[in-house]
Design a protein around this ligand. Structure first.
Ligand code: NI
Length: 167
């Protein structure tokens, strides 16, 4: 496994449409393992394949309850609304307020290409929406209420609060 370079805003690849994954290959297995390692290295709660330069419909998420891998994910149901702070590993040092559904259902495939359905609430719902947006070239920066804010760090803590929700 290896930590991959995270593409940053301004890189064209982040605006492109991703392709479906038709079958699992060794190359894709390695990509998923690397995406998880990269997400944990940078303290993200999610990462999408285009963020490491690969235009495939793959996202990884961990909001603290263990890793979730979703291949070819599709949101099938949304309800409620939440307004909250959002960040992205591809937009370092920034955050913004984004309104998202509070509850989502998503269908996709797991790492073994078996169908899975996941329900998420709160932060998990937000992370699912944010990561799936990446697969169609969308960034949260275009959905913020009042633009981007700089991450500021509390001098008493090693890591700022906003960093914990980077996706
Ligand atoms: Ni992101």
């Amino acid at each position: 496994m290896a930590i991959r370079q995270v593409r940053e805003i301004g890189d064209d690849i982040l605006t492109k449409q991703c392709k479906e994954v038709p079958k699992m290959t060794l190359r894709t297995k390695i990509l998923i393992a690397d995406m998880l390692e990269t997400m944990y290295e940078y303290h993200g709660v999610g990462l999408a394949a285009p963020q490491v330069g690969v235009l495939k419909k793959i996202v990884v998420i961990d909001v603290g309850d263990g890793p979730i891998v979703l291949i070819n994910p599709e949101i099938t149901e949304t309800s409620g609304e939440q307004r909250g702070e959002e960040g992205c590993l591809s937009v370092p040092g920034k955050w913004g307020y984004v309104t998202r559904p509070d509850h989502v259902k998503v269908r996709g495939l797991d790492q073994e290409m078996n169908p899975v359905e996941i329900e998420g609430e709160g932060l998990l719902a937000r992370a699912i929406c944010h990561e799936i947006d990446h697969l169609s070239g969308e960034l949260y920066v275009d959905k913020t209420e009042d633009g981007l804010h700089d991450v500021t760090y509390d001098s008493d803590e090693e890591e700022g609060q906003a960093e914990e929700t980077e996706e």
